[in-house]
Design a protein around this ligand. Sequence first.
Ligand code: PLP
Length: 399
Amino acid sequence: MAAESRADAVQADRDYILQTYTRPDFVIERGAGVYLFDTEGRRYLDYVSGIAVNALGYGDPEVTQTLTEQATKLIHVSNLYHTAPASALARLLVASSPGLDRVFFGNSGTEVVEGALKFARRYARDRFGEGKTAIVACDGSFHGRTMGAVAITAREKYREPFMPVMPGARFARFNDVASLEAAMGDDVCAVVLEPVQGEGGLMVAEHSFLRAARELCDRYGALLIFDEIQCGVGRTGTLWAHEPSGVRPDMLTVAKPLAGGLPIGAVLLSQAVADTIHVGDHGTTFGGNPLSTAVAGVVFRRVSDPAFLAQVRAVASYLDESLQDLAAELSGTVLELRGRGLMRGVRLAGSAAAAREAAQHHGLLVATAGDDVLRLLPPLIIAPTHVDEAIAVLRQVLK
Ligand SMILES: *Cc1c(COP(=O)(O)O)cnc(C)c1O
């Protein structure tokens, strides 16, 4: 029965779903805590979290209760009307983000990156007139798949087949101040950066690079946009990944973990930017709906609690020690450790996809970033025993 339903689901995927992903041959049925279970009852320790989404893991009672209660009350009414969950979440986000005063809600990462690009263009036009439209991004960046977001995504494979994408994008080398300076000019309306790069390979922005970006943006009248869609909301051990640098952006994009698995996105804006955006300038049908914003209120309140963040830092430092021991032991296969907090990259001498498949076989789900980097994104609620369990599998498959 279970085997049949598995084969059936896999076959229907192959027959009817557009094949833009390569999925393994099992079918995930449910989750509990930090584990996933397939239709045949096999258990997997989850170091993917739905790509940095399931910060509180699976089946969190408060998330489930809020979701079901809100679903019975109201799911959607559009942005033509006020709803309490969206207003409350906006207040909470602004209170936790010094220098950012307003929120625009969307439904996904790429949608709020598009929003931020439009707001930057609108601001520049309002303040400086026409022609200030260029956007500077970085090598190794990933900002999404729509025409604007993909234009500022470095990897050519994602961008070239769809040309012409949004014009006006150019790239600087990540963590290279001279390269960023060379990319700047009076035509630049925004610089977009991930404080910790996700898809691009888990590179961490140096504080000096973020500070230089701030100074260059101020010098050229450009806005600084931090994309924390993957690295934000506690993932790196602080609420925002840019926090330790002391640099404040003009806009911040947030999405993946914010609503505990429901689709959501948000752009946070400074009042100076917000002042140039008016009624009718931008919109969305589903963005900020009461269902996702009610759940996001729970997730955000829980994750931004200093005690929760201290717990994340503690388990992250244990993961770091364990990875360092592993790297020392397997110095021929583990070439480099990257990332911060519970967003870690392990650069391998061999294929990351092969290691990912082998780990899967041993009951551990991990992601990859490029050809040679394993990407570890466990739920933020993992305990040290879940670190031991993951390291044991990695040791086995990498040795
Ligand atoms: C995933 C991601 C996006 C795009 O988000 P989607 O919800 O997939 O559209 C944008 N920026 C970063 C840094 C991401 O990790």
